[in-house]
Each structure stands twice: as C-alpha cells, then as structure tokens.
Design a protein around this ligand. Structure first.
Ligand SMILES: Nc1nc2c(ncn2[C@@H]2O[C@H](COP(=O)(O)OP(=O)(O)O)[C@@H](O)[C@H]2O)c(=O)[nH]1
Ligand SMILES: [Mg+2]
Length: 326
C-alpha cells in the first residue's frame, strides 16, 4: 500500500501519533501532505466547528479549556486549533495554552494543536484550515478554533466556523469599538468573560443595544445571545453550551438550510484562499525564473514605472484579459 493511503487510513482511524506527525510535516511544507489532504477532505464535514475569537487576554484559551472539559464530560471527542500569531514563541499565549490545556494532554479524546508562525503551507490561514480538516477527518465530534480577533485573517477563520463565539470583557471601551467595527457581525454568540470584573452589566447593556441596531439593518433569523461567563471559575459554561446547542439546532432546522449556507460560505472561503495562494505563488515563481522580477524591481526603483502599473501590466500579460471560457 502506498504511504499516502496508509496515512489516510490511520488518520481516519483516529491515530493520534500519525496525526501529530502529519501536522508537523504540514508546517515543514512537505509536498506529499497535499496529497494526503486531498484524500482526507472527502471524509471531512462531520465535526461541528466552533470558532472562538476576541482580543488578546480576554480569556479565550481559558474558555476553550472549559469547553473541552464540558464536551468531554458529555462523552464528545474534541479537536482544538489555537491560532495566535501575535505571541509566537516562548512565554507567549501558545506556551500558556499548552500549560492550561495540559490536563487534557493524556486524554485520547482530545487533540490540541497550536499554530503561531506562518509555517510553509501557504500561510497561517491555510495551515489552520488544513488542521481543521485533519481533526474533522479523524472523527472528532467538535473542533474548537481559537483565534486572536485582531487581524482580518484570524477573524475570518473563526467566522467560517459553524458557530462563532465572540469573546469580550467588561469595561473595555475600545474593545467595544472594535466589536462595532466588524467583529460583531461574525458573532453567533457573544460572551462577556471575566464577569467578576466591574462593569459587566453596563457592557451587557451596550452589546444588547448594538445588536438591536444591527438587527434593524439585517434581517437575520438567528438573534445572537449575549452571555456572561467566568471562565477562570468555570461559571456560565453550561449556559454557553446550551446556547451553542440552540445554535446547532437552528442550523439544522428546515432540513439544514442555514447549515448548508454556512457550509457554502466555508467552501468558498477555503477555495478562494487556496486559489489566490496558488496563483500568486505560481506567478512569482515564473517571474523569478526568467529574471523579470529583478528587471521590474529595477525599473520601479529607477522610477521608470511604479508598482501599481507594473503589477497590473504583468498580471494582464501573464493571465490575459478576463474572457468567457471557450
Ligand atoms: N478575572 C478573571 N480572569 C480570567 C477569567 N478567565 C480568564 N481569566 C484570566 O485572563 C488571563 C488571560 O486568559 P487567556 O485565556 O490566556 O486569554 P486569551 O489571550 O484570550 O486566550 C489569564 O490570566 C486568565 O487566568 C475570568 O473569568 N475572570
Ligand atoms: Mg489564548
């Protein structure tokens, strides 16, 4: 049997050791990983993906840890992807996450993978999505995706989960502004963590008001609930998970219409990202191989052209004008 098939079979059987090795190879950008992903993709699509996003320090990892604990008690298997490029190396969030989630390390039903650097598999987003596919294909019931809600990409990853939790804390005026600026739109459930802190009820009122304003703009059938939690003390987790279950039921009703929409938007995102990545990688390779890149850069430096015109011209030259397929 060829190696690809063997790895695929063992991942599908839930082999933790092989999964860990595959994820390392993914970071190293080993070309055979793509062949394995092609096979695994067909077997993905069963896990319920939960995105958990919000500013650094709001308690996402602590919350994730509590959700793992809750789901395990329900007998569910869990995969976790923690994406945090803002604190890549030691001492940062990733190390903290490891320690915090350490108690799940010996649990066969939990698989945790932290991603901090861009790696070699077409960037952080592509790596995160590949890891989600692997965990899903392994048969995990739930895949939790923790991303720091700062960059566009990170928010996007969480937004393409089926159920997205946006986490905030009391009294962060600026944070509320950030939420206003777009992160609110991706929330299926809003969590005010650290409810032990002062100002929780004011933040609650503010969020409810914002959601009402948003509700006027959009006709959405699902009204995102706002929940208070204290992840550190394991409080509010049951209500949060009840809301997750409600959202899952919402997605499944009417023959799963909303779930189909969510899947379609996931597929679109994932495909366009890979396509963009593939096209740009290919074009750059071409430009480097025939020396055109150096020439263009020299011309830009000499102000004989500018990056706007030069890139436009090269894209047109290499890909041709947009035309209907023959
Ligand atoms: N006061 C309080 N602190 C909390 C609570 N939940 C988490 N924390 C603390 O907030 C800090 C950041 O938590 P972490 O989960 O790493 O946040 P992340 O960066 O969003 O993943 C840690 O010191 C946690 O112990 C809570 O409910 N109340
Ligand atoms: Mg964290």
């Amino acid at each position: 049997m060829d190696r690809t098939q063997e790895v695929v079979d063992r991942i599908l059987a839930g082999d933790v050791r092989i999964a860990a090795r595959l994820m390392r190879e993914l970071d190293d950008g080993r070309p055979e990983v793509r062949e394995i992903l092609k096979e695994l993709y067909r077997h993905s699509g069963r896990a319920h993906i939960i995105g958990i996003t919000g500013a650094p320090g709001v308690g996402k990892s602590t919350l994730t840890d509590r959700i793992i604990q809750y789901l395990r008690q329900e007998g569910k298997t869990v995969g976790v992807v923690a994406v945090d490029p803002t604190s890549p190396f030691s001492g940062g969030a990733i190390l903290g996450d490891r320690i915090r989630m350490q108690r799940h390390a010996l649990d066969e039903g939990v698989f945790i993978r932290s991603l901090a650097t861009r790696g070699h598999f077409g960037g952080l987003t592509a790596s995160a999505r590949a890891v989600i596919t692997v965990l899903d294909a392994m048969g995990k019931d739930y895949v939790l995706v923790e991303t720091v809600g700062v960059g566009q990409d990170e928010v996007e990853i969480a937004a393409t989960a089926y159920t997205t939790l946006v986490v905030t804390v009391p009294g962060m005026g600026d944070d509320i502004q950030a939420i206003k600026a777009g992160i609110l739109e991706v929330a299926d459930i809003l969590v005010i963590n650290k409810a032990d802190r002062e100002g929780a009820s004011r933040t609650y009122q503010e969020l409810i008001q914002m959601l009402e304003l948003q509700g006027h703009r959009k006709a959405i059938a699902w009204k995102p609930p706002v929940l208070l939690a204290q992840a550190k003390d394991n409080e509010g987790i049951e209500a949060l998970m009840a809301a997750v279950r409600d959202h899952q039921e919402f997605l499944a009703q009417d023959g799963g219409k909303a779930l189909q929409l969510a899947r379609a938007s996931r597929v679109r995102q994932e495909f366009l990202e890979l396509l963009r990545e593939g096209v740009s990688r290919r074009l750059v390779k071409q430009l480097e191989s025939d020396g055109r890149l150096d020439r263009v850069l020299t011309d830009i430096l000499a102000k004989q052209t500018d990056p706007y015109s030069a890139s436009q011209a090269l894209v047109l030259e290499m890909l041709g004008p947009v035309k209907p397929m023959a």
